[in-house]
Design a protein around this ligand. Structure first.
Ligand SMILES: Nc1ncnc2c1ncn2[C@@H]1O[C@H](COP(=O)(O)OP(=O)(O)OP(=O)(O)O)[C@@H](O)[C@H]1O
Ligand SMILES: [Mg+2]
Length: 254
């Protein structure tokens, strides 16, 4: 028997008034894969992520996490089952150093913050784990210890990803993690994500096709709430329906 998809949707639908923002979407993320979700503005990508995390409820369809139906589960229980998304930038503490922020996040996950006493040993182990996590995302020791407000923007976005990883997810959802990051830093952000251990399945939403094609092994194209195409980057790039959506856009912007 093959392993169930890391994350799967079946006929997922969400309407706002009479308008179907997500319309019968079925997709599956292979365990350990680097999967991209692309599509024009308003295609329903963020709405789909909100349905996956449980931030909003579907009108129809199901969400399965490692083969188990989580459609009725609230957000925090999906996080407990191994589903995480990035925090928004305004949730970073500007005065904390990344090493402190990630250590706190790890402590919270272990339930250590609830105790008024905390053995120094336990704290040191968590700080070491935090440093290892940040190093995996290519933070230099000096960057780990500097106040977050002083970090380059790309590093701040990576810190958000580090905080999500502190939840020890098996599936990580990234909605435009490089948005607003200068081009010279955005490639670094996505390379660090692509290099995460394969124990983590990653779904990336990104508009920059160059970044998408570097990152993804599998691409799902959403248009007007529906899956327009799904396949390898090569197959998707050749797909005439996809070319029509994107070349149509490029022509309109030319
Ligand atoms: N809470 C809401 N109420 C009403 N309409 C909504 C709501 N959320 C999203 N929509 C609409 O649903 C459609 C899909 O929006 P969504 O944000 O999911 O698109 P997207 O693919 O993430 O776009 P972008 O690439 O611009 O981020 C849009 O037409 C949007 O206006
Ligand atoms: Mg969006």
């Amino acid at each position: 028997m093959t392993a169930p998809a890391a994350l799967e949707t079946r006929g997922l639908t969400r309407r706002f008034g009479g308008f179907a923002a997500v319309d019968g979407v079925s997709l599956a993320l292979a365990p350990g894969s680097r999967h991209a979700l692309i599509g024009p503005n308003g295609a329903g990508k963020t709405t789909l992520v909100n349905l996956l995390t449980g931030a909003i409820r579907p009108g129809a369809g199901a969400v399965l996490l490692e083969g188990r139906d989580v459609t009725a589960l609230p957000q925090h229980l999906r996080v407990k089952r191994g589903l995480a998304r990035t925090f928004q930038i305004n949730q970073l503490f500007p005065d904390l150093a990344p090493i402190e922020a990630v250590t706190l996040a790890l402590a919270e996950r272990e339930g250590l913050t609830a105790r008024w006493w905390r053995p120094v040993r336990a704290h040191r182990a968590l700080a070491e784990e935090a440093a290892a996590l940040l190093a995996r995302l290519r933070f230099a020791p000096a960057e780990m210890a500097a106040p977050t407000r002083d970090l380059a923007y790309g590093r701040q976005r990576l810190l958000e990803i580090a905080l999500a990883l502190a939840l020890k997810p098996r599936v990580l959802l990234l909605d435009e993690p490089a948005a607003g990051v200068p081009p010279e830093e955005s490639r670094e952000v996505l390379e660090a994500v692509a290099a995460l251990p394969r124990a983590v399945t990653v779904l990336l939403i990104e508009h920059d096709m160059d970044l998408v094609f570097r990152f993804a092994e599998r691409i799902t194209v959403l248009a007007q709430g529906r899956v327009l195409a799904e396949g390898t980057p090569e197959a998707v790039a050749r797909d005439p329906r996809v070319r029509e959506v994107y070349l149509g856009e490029a022509a309109a912007h030319a």
